[in-house]
Design a protein around this ligand. Structure first.
Ligand code: MOS
Length: 723
């Protein structure tokens, strides 16, 4: 029986956040704590010849300056590790510099002021090597093709096409800018290391720190209670964490580091520049029949952020013949990595643009064209798609937006003052990935409930989701419900990313609730006692009941639990043994282009999502709004620029890296199809956070074209491109 719709509930941590009572990792304060500051490398590539620390040590309050000699040799990542699992080089301080800004020393002092002053006093000599700065076109860049993604035979199908478009789109390097910076506080006490890390990935952080420092993971606990924005950057083990842990172990006092934003731009992951060459062929009936899509992206020389640009495009529009290639372009930079809707966002900017170009060439309305390409089959696996309400999203979005008021000809909608108006549509899909999970549930006669599960709260609202699902299953006191998440000392933690948090938590919640109800029935042995579960326990004089459960994603076997315990990886999907599952969204955008300044405004967006059953309507709508706002930033503002002379990121602060502010954001109308997926889990919930952003930048680009007749194939689209 699929679950009924969930009621709207307030975000459970909203009040504390508004009252500034929420302790983020950057807020951790411990007695006797020291403050650390990293010293960034002044070259792109080479070897550190000498580090002079005397001037830094002379700053009053400085306790120690750690350099490469305080760390052992780097430990390679586990074989086959990539993506979230790969954090090479193991982030200690290395004698070799691989990118500008890499830490060459860690200053530890009694105060933050002393740490900053001393960090600036550290001097280094380098043997610099020639470097290829973060430009994808650098002559020294190394092109490295990856395995193609294929369905049918795109070459043969393309030969039958009567209309084709062949276009190249580009998305720039962009950086995450969460409010909370990378933050670590480490405590070494009684042979145990406790690390408070602002991470989406406590378990991976634990294994990575242990590996980097050569200690047993069993003596390491990682705690991540509230993350002030993650977006994928905090899903990868972070550069500073083992440095701070090492300092705490050497000094025997708690050590805290909050990395300055300028260094975060260089030391944390980012969205790499990507290029997208797309050819789509349509037959005489105006149906898309073949896609050839070649993508490449910036890659570091020492890491692997997989170029997965074909993870949702082949399944979008029912095209049976698809050929997708990717290549890494290796340059001297820090590792790029996952950033909100990592591959589908840039891919859909390109792909939705190309689809729009093809619809125009065929003389078809972009909405009708997309509606005509619905499908039920994954062409890559041949399996059915689990639930797909994309056409419902498009139809509902078109209705709410008033698409029928659109005049087809580009540049034909003009206001009295000469403002050009454009209506654009863009769609997206994002894989429904799920993780195995382990949870414990304890209900007390004293009115308390403790539920421990694998999840991290990055502001997306996972606590609210978990509470909503739990409170629907069990008659317990909502005021005294404690959720223990993001803590390796309680239950193993999955990397919480890729929009799999909700769909991975729900089975554990349902299973724990069922087991608890069974245990309660056994305890009561047929007696009828009125009141909630706490009252019942009190009546039979039982202080508490506790159950533990583990759950698997569809098709997984128990070995997944071992992956979860050891490194936080136990993922399955979107291609499950019998079906493939995605979440979907359709965005409708109105842009206004001012006649004289060519300033682009976005007064109105309508977004309709199919994420299966919506568990927490309020935080879900908030995720979609956030995704749309970020798409505005990505499509119209954000680009991290490179200074070719110095090979570093130039606009490494919020003054120069321009993100949208309230004045840039107009009306965003969010709604959901809210129909359960019958196969993914019993509640029928799919993922949402990432898909929220997918296709929105494409819709903006398409709207700019419709307003102006200018097809701009590179993000960000700025005033100077329209003059
Ligand atoms: Mo996801 S890339 O962790 O926003």
């Amino acid at each position: 029986m699929p679950a009924a719709p969930f009621e709207d509930r307030a975000r459970i941590d909203a009040r504390d956040k508004v009252l500034d009572r929420t302790a983020f990792t950057a807020d951790v304060q411990l007695p006797n704590m020291l403050y650390a500051m990293t010293v960034p490398a002044g070259i792109v590539k080479g070897r550190i010849a000498a580090v002079a620390v005397e001037a830094a040590m002379a700053v009053p309050g400085v306790v120690r300056v750690l350099t490469a000699s305080d760390f052992g040799p780097p430990t390679p990542p586990p074989p086959g590790a990539s993506g979230f699992a790969a954090a090479p080089p193991t982030p200690t301080i290395l004698p070799d510099v691989g990118y500008r800004g890499a830490p060459i020393a860690l200053v530890v002092a009694e105060t933050i002021e002393a740490a900053i002053e001393a960090a600036e006093a550290v001097r280094a000599r380098y043997d610099a090597a020639p470097a290829f700065s973060p430009l994808i076109t650098s002559d020294g860049a190394k092109h490295e093709p990856a395995e193609p993604v294929e369905a049918g035979n795109a070459g043969t199908a393309m030969a039958r096409a009567t209309t084709t478009v062949e276009v190249e789109y580009e998305c720039p390097a962009q950086h995450h800018n969460p409010i909370e910076l990378l933050s670590t506080t480490a405590v070494w006490e009684g042979g145990r290391l406790t690390v408070y890390d602002a991470t989406q990935s406590a378990q991976t952080t634990r294994s990575n720190v242990a590996r980097a420092l050569g200690i047993d993971p069993a003596v390491v606990d990682v705690k991540s209670r509230y993350v002030g924005g993650g977006f994928g950057q905090k899903g990868t083990p972070q550069r500073q964490t083992p440095l701070v842990a090492r300092a705490a172990m050497l000094l025997g006092r708690p050590v805290k580091l909050v990395m300055p934003r300028g260094q975060v731009f260089h030391n944390a992951t980012f969205r790499p520049l990507s290029r997208h060459r797309i050819k789509i062929g349509a037959d005489a009936g105006g149906k898309m029949i073949a896609i050839q899509y070649d993508a490449d992206h910036q890659q570091s020389r020492h890491g692997q952020f997989p170029p997965e640009y074909h993870e949702s495009q082949p399944q979008m529009y029912g095209v049976a013949d698809y050929h997708g290639t990717t290549a890494n372009v290796r340059i001297d930079t820090q590792n790029p990595g996952y950033m909100r809707a990592p591959h589908p966002h840039p891919a859909s900017f390109a792909f939705e643009g190309a689809v729009d170009e093809l619809a125009l060439k065929l003389g078809q309305d972009p909405v009708a064209f997309r509606l005509a390409h619905d499908t039920t089959i994954d062409p890559v696996t041949g399996h059915p798609l689990s639930s797909r309400f994309l056409n419902e999203c498009i139809a509902e979005g078109a209705r709410r937006f008033g698409w029928d008021r659109r005049r087809a000809a580009p540049g034909s909608m003009v206001l009295a003052d000469g403002t050009q108006v454009g209506f654009g549509v863009g769609c997206g899909a994002y894989p429904s990935i799920t993780s195995a999970n382990i949870a414990t549930l304890r209900i007390g006669a004293d009115g308390t409930t403790r539920f421990a599960v694998s999840a991290h709260e990055m502001g997306q609202g996972i606590r609210t989701v978990i509470a909503a699902a739990l409170l629907r299953e069990l008659d317990i006191d909502p005021e005294r419900l404690e959720l223990q998440i993001g803590d390796t000392s309680i239950v193993p933690q999955h990397v919480t990313a890729g929009s799999w948090g909700t769909a991975s938590a729900l089975p554990a919640i349902q299973s724990a609730a069922a087991k608890m109800k069974a245990a309660m029935d056994e305890l009561l042995a047929g007696r009828t006692i009125s009141g909630n579960l706490h009252r019942k326990l009190a009546a039979v004089k039982r202080p508490y009941l506790q159950v533990e459960v583990s759950t698997l994603a569809p098709g997984q076997d128990a070995s997944a639990l071992q992956g979860l315990r050891s490194a936080g990886f136990a993922l399955a999907g979107p291609a499950y043994p019998a079906f493939t599952s995605f979440s979907y969204i359709a965005h409708f955008v109105e842009v206004h282009v001012e006649p004289r300044t060519r300033r682009i405004r976005v007064p109105r967006v309508v977004s309709v999502a199919d994420c299966g059953r919506v568990v927490s309507p309020r935080t879900a709508a908030s995720q979609v709004r956030g995704g749309v706002v970020w798409a505005l930033g990505s499509a119209l503002r954000e680009e991290t620029e490179v200074d070719p002379r110095f090979g570093g990121w130039l606009n490494n602060d919020l003054a120069d890296y321009v993100v949208p502010v309230n004045a840039d954001v107009g009306e965003i109308d969010v709604s959901f199809i809210d129909r359960p997926d019958p196969l993914l889990n019993a509640v029928g919930a799919k993922g949402l956070g990432e898909v929220a952003m997918v296709g929105a930048a494409g819709a903006i680009g398409n709207a700019v074209f419709h307003a102006t007749g200018r097809r701009l194939r590179r993000m960000p689209i700025r005033i100077d491109h329209l003059i």
